[in-house]
Each structure stands twice: as C-alpha cells, then as structure tokens.
Design a protein around this ligand. Structure first.
Ligand SMILES: [Zn+2]
Length: 145
C-alpha cells in the first residue's frame, strides 16, 4: 500500500496520523457512497484511493490538531488526553470512525493497531512542556535555516 503522508509531522505524531488515515479510509469505504460525490483527495490525504469530502475534511482537521497538540511527541492517546481539543462535531465523528475501524484494523494493520493499544496504557504526561508541539518545532526548524 502506498500512502503519501504530509511531511509536516514528525516521529510518533506521523505514525499516529497514519493510523487515523487508515481508520478513516476503512470507515469511509464502508459507509459513504463515494460514487455519488467522489472527490479526488489531495495526494497527502489518500491512504489508498478516494475518500469522500467529509472524510477528507475530517483528516485535514485531525492533521491540524496533531500539528498543534501541546504535548507534541509525548502526546497521550486522544481518549486519555485531558485537553480535549476537538470540536464536538469532529470529536463525535472521530469516535464513530474509531469504534468501527479500530477492531477491523487489528486484522489489516496489526502493528499499527497494537502500537495504539500499547499507547493507551502509557501514563498520561502531567503537563505539556512549553514549545513541545510539532508546529512549534517545525517553525523553529524553519527559523534556524
Ligand atoms: Zn467518507
């Protein structure tokens, strides 16, 4: 499978986004009538093939949240996180997608699924340290050039 990931995320955030992409892909394929309102998603947002507009929008939102997560690479899983940065409608969509695709991913992508399950068991970091977000580090890298 070819997945073109946006290169703005680093390390564990990158693999977390990959997991979200896969789950959204599984969910969209099963639930949304792609044929009716198919859009070619931007290259960065297609794990394989086409997602509907709604799911592309969701992925763009998820990417933005990951980039700005104040925990950065120390990010706990979203379910454990005390911050709850998602807007209610996206949060609901995320839960629906995870609930459907999570168990299915265990068979298609066991390594990513198990990584996520293990992450759920890690203790939640107390407080994000200043400047830990991917976005902050990304800007710093640019400034240092
Ligand atoms: Zn969809």
């Amino acid at each position: 499978m070819h997945s073109v990931l946006p290169n703005i995320l680093a390390g564990s955030l990158r693999s977390e986004f990959k997991t979200v992409q896969l789950m959204t892909n599984i969910y969209c394929k099963a639930h949304h009538k792609i044929a009716q309102h198919a859009v070619s998603s931007p290259d960065t947002l297609k794990p394989n093939g086409k997602l509907c507009e709604q799911c592309v929008d969701f992925l763009e939102y998820a990417l933005l949240r990951l980039d700005r997560c104040p925990y950065g690479e120390n990010k706990p899983t979203c379910r454990q996180c005390p911050i709850h940065c998602y807007k209610p409608e996206y949060k609901a969509m995320s839960q629906t997608i995870m609930r459907y695709a999570g168990p299915r991913m265990l068979f298609t992508h066991p390594i990513l699924a198990i990584k996520h399950l293990l992450a759920e068991r890690r203790p939640v970091p107390m407080k994000p340290t200043a400047g830990a977000s991917n976005r902050h580090k990304r800007k710093q890298r640019i400034n240092n050039k």
